[in-house]
Write a protein that binds this ligand. Sequence first.
Ligand code: MRU
Length: 325
Amino acid sequence: MRRTIDWADGAIVIIDQTALPGEFRLLELRTVSELVDAVKRLAVRGAPALGAAGALGVALSAHQNGDVHHDADRIAHARPTAVNLAWGVERALKELPNGPHAVLAEALALLDEDERLNKAASRHAAEIVLAECPRRPLRLLTHCNAGRLATVGWGSALGVVWHLHARGLVEEVLVDETRPLLQGARLTAWELAQENVPYRVQPDSAAAAAMARGMVDCVLVGADRIAANGDVANKIGTYGLAIAAKHHGVPFVVVAPSSTVDGKLADGTGITIEERDAGELTGSTPADAPVFNPAFDVTPFDLITAVVTEHGPLRDAGRSPGRRR
Ligand code: MRU
């Protein structure tokens, strides 16, 4: 299976996520400006994939004898919320004193790790889902896209679906369409269809009603930044889903590689939330309608059943020992 983001012949090659599901198209990014533009346009997106983009961007600059520190800063600030982007940049930058080849080797090592760590995190999470949810087969609900396309390979929250589906344990996945950019309807639905996992796309606003009707055994989402106390920034709408899940007693599981944990932040209040262009919303509004368009929200750890990385569930974050929802 092709990686979402890779390095070939001196360029960064990405699957163009703006073209899916209509067209499967690769983009060659030959300059740092092209990379920054691709990140801002969400041609490459999802926290772990952004980590890879950050590291490969530094490698690209180093290979072209660019002003690497300046380029690194531009890349790290292309989007503010997913901590993985700056993490990937920093990791590659540390190798700069050892020359461009060392920088590229570090970036490629990060790419290799990504699939392995996401597989491990999602395997741990699958066991938690099986322990928390007695019904078989399982009815799962997911938001945004936390699949292969959001990572270098495999996926985080959708990685759980791959593990469970391989064991014949998935009845269906309800996919929030994820307004306004439709990562669920366009990308998650495409990935599930490719793997022959039964799914239905629903408007985001149907999620609480689906829970009320007893149609959901577990909610699975990824993360863009996890604070030290376990608060989670993820795609806008995640917080509302978590409130609905808590109300209906539906387990709510967050899956991410540990590179998404920002130990420097005590809690989620310090997370910068990206606000995106009004144009993403104004297609059907009166001309020049004022807009509030945050790309992410923060879900307090109290609403979450488990935050799971490759090391297993975060245990001591934020709540008293042994407390479960
Ligand atoms: O704006 P996006 O599409 O980059 O947002 C992505 C998400 O919110 C994902 O849920 C998150 O990055 C986890 S992906 C494994």
